[in-house]
Design a protein around this ligand. Structure first.
Ligand SMILES: [Fe+2]
Ligand SMILES: [Fe+2]
Length: 245
């Protein structure tokens, strides 16, 4: 695949998953903002285009791992199960850890660092929304996507009226919001840099938040750029095939 200035970033991440660590390092948004071209993404980040292309080409030499390439063709049911078992389970574990560490750090250092209480509130809202979002995907959308092509589709909750477009759009809007919140958290924590004298819990809190951010990028990329795109395509093909001529 040719990596050109006009290539949409999500196409690079889907076709050459070995470039994802480079996209992460460059701070290029390939999950929520994946529709932007590489030139636009570099301009948004204020980074030079040519060195970015060269770095991506170096990562392109390494082959994408079979696990990542697999999802372009694997049954959608398998992909929904993978996302739930790997990314949703990790998100829940990591949010529980972040809750504990946040409470500890607020209690020990809040009196001297009042900004920690504001961070704690932002983290609490972010965590509640993320838990609700993963529950919605597991309760409604993923079972529907997993059943596409089986001839036995479950009901989608109102007002979707049997159309996949509305719930997918809703989940993608949530993803955009998650992306905004991650940027806010990054700004509030100065790119997850604890103060020099920070205790182990404070350092652990920032490390846990940064790890969750990296996992969410891959998680949302799998949903926005692969799962939802393939599911909408399959639903469209099915409705065309069942339409009387
Ligand atoms: Fe998800
Ligand atoms: Fe999601």
């Amino acid at each position: 695949m040719l990596i050109a200035p006009e290539t949409p970033v999500r196409d690079i991440a889907v076709a050459i998953p070995s470039t994802i660590p480079a996209l992460e390092r460059l701070g290029i948004d390939y999950c929520c903002g994946g529709q932007h071209t590489l030139a636009e993404a570099c301009a948004n980040r204020n980074i030079a285009l040519t060195p970015a292309i060269e770095e991506l080409e170096q990562y392109q030499q390494q082959e994408g791992t079979p696990a990542e390439m697999h999802w372009i063709h694997a049954p959608l049911k398998e992909l929904t199960e993978y996302i739930v078992q790997k990314h949703h389970a990790y998100t829940r574990r990591q949010l529980a850890l972040i809750d504990d560490l946040m409470a500890k750090v607020e209690k020990r250092h809040g009196a001297d660092h009042l900004e920690l209480f504001h961070l704690g509130k932002v983290v609490a809202v972010f965590a509640a929304e993320l838990r609700h979002h993963t529950e919605c995907e597991e309760a409604n959308l993923f079972p529907y996507i997993a059943a596409l092509g089986t001839g036995c589709l479950p009901e989608l909750p109102a007002p979707a009226k049997g159309s996949l477009t509305m719930p997918v759009t809703r989940m993608m809007t949530d993803h955009d919001q998650t992306g905004d919140e991650l940027r806010t958290l990054r700004a509030l924590t100065k790119n997850y840099t604890p103060p020099t004298a920070a205790c182990a819990s404070w350092r652990g809190l920032y490390r846990a938040m940064e790890e969750l951010e990296a996992d969410l990028h891959r998680h949302i990329h799998l949903e926005n750029n692969i799962l939802f795109v393939r599911a909408l395509e399959q639903a469209r093909e099915q409705s065309t095939a069942s339409d009387p001529a």
